[in-house]
Design a protein around this ligand. Structure first.
Ligand SMILES: [Zn+2]
Length: 92
């Protein structure tokens, strides 16, 4: 998966904006505003994607609370930790 795969669709963006502006539609915007919306979405996807990767990597190297004290391990080595994290993210 790449950052561009996470860019919101027009429908998703409209739904998001309509939380604050009930009657918003992309089709009624000027081409200039459409361009800005498009660019903003791509930039946001890139930022979120990188933040997501960083979160995963940091999590992986945290120490696992299930490992015995004389045999410290990190969370990526632990089935229990991995299963809990996948559940938290809704990936099963
Ligand atoms: Zn664990």
């Amino acid at each position: 998966m790449k950052a561009k795969d996470t860019v919101m669709t027009d429908g998703e963006l409209e739904a998001e904006i309509r939380k604050d502006y009930k009657d918003f539609t992309i089709k009624e915007q000027t081409p200039e505003i459409e361009d800005v919306l498009c660019w903003t979405r791509e930039a946001q996807a890139e930022i979120s994607f990188k933040a997501g990767i960083r979160e995963v990597v940091e999590w992986m190297f945290e120490s696992c609370p299930h490992a015995p004290k004389n045999f410290p391990s990190d969370k990526r080595m632990c089935v229990q930790c991995c299963e809990a994290k996948l559940k938290e993210w809704g990936v099963e």
